[in-house]
Design a protein around this ligand. Sequence first.
Ligand SMILES: CC(C)(COP(=O)(O)OP(=O)(O)OC[C@H]1O[C@@H](n2cnc3c(N)ncnc32)[C@H](O)[C@@H]1OP(=O)(O)O)[C@@H](O)C(=O)NCCC(=O)NCCS
Length: 208
Amino acid sequence: MLAHAEPGAGAADGVVGTLNRPDGPALTVRTVTDADVEGLDALFQGLSTKDRRHRFFGLCHPAREFLQQLTRAEDEGGYRLVAAVAGPGGALVAEAGYAILPDGDGEFALTVAPGWQGWRLGHRLLGAVVAAAAARGVPNLQADIMAGNTRMLALLRRRGYITLAREELSEIRIAIGAAQPARRRQPGNAEPLGPLVSGTLASCAPAA
Ligand SMILES: CC(C)(COP(=O)(O)OP(=O)(O)OC[C@H]1O[C@@H](n2cnc3c(N)ncnc32)[C@H](O)[C@@H]1OP(=O)(O)O)[C@@H](O)C(=O)NCCC(=O)NCCS
């Protein structure tokens, strides 16, 4: 297990940690670069229709300009991580980050590739993004979440969120604290979140 001290502090190579999955390849978690446009394109191409709708609120694949904007996160005051299969040219299997809003909060979003969902990668990446926001003085992270996005809501519930607005029954606007992240324990969720980035991923899918 490789560990870096402060998630979001920005190691020279942008690497903030390594994650291992017992039955799969290791992942390198690093800040996004402009060389990641194709990798992000492939990650989003690989999403199911449902996941694409949850991430982009529509069925369309994101335009290239949007992908390029994701890679420029830090230039525009935001922050974005990608998780790539370790080794040269490793595919991107997840992305997570935020862009700065006019009120100083961040607007966050994340994606985990279908073959990597259910291993707490989303939890780890969101934790790292919240830590980066806190280190940069961003008070809260906001997001629009579709009401039917149960995995994302489960992930947020564990962290503790407030509802800012509700759009009909289909969508909610939520916020999580970054400067003082709330970590609410849920009954039956006794497992601590653990180190933010580095470590071993463990399945959280219900036993069959
Ligand atoms: C939402 C998303 C990021 C979650 O990533 P993930 O790595 O699978 O999430 P985690 O493994 O950390 O688990 C998140 C929660 O979902 C639950 N979950 C995971 N797999 C599950 C499954 N097969 N069945 C039911 N619940 C499941 C977990 O138990 C966990 O809840 P808990 O903390 O209460 O136990 C991922 O599903 C995704 O990319 N979805 C499409 C894009 C999207 O919706 N993005 C969010 C909007 S911005």
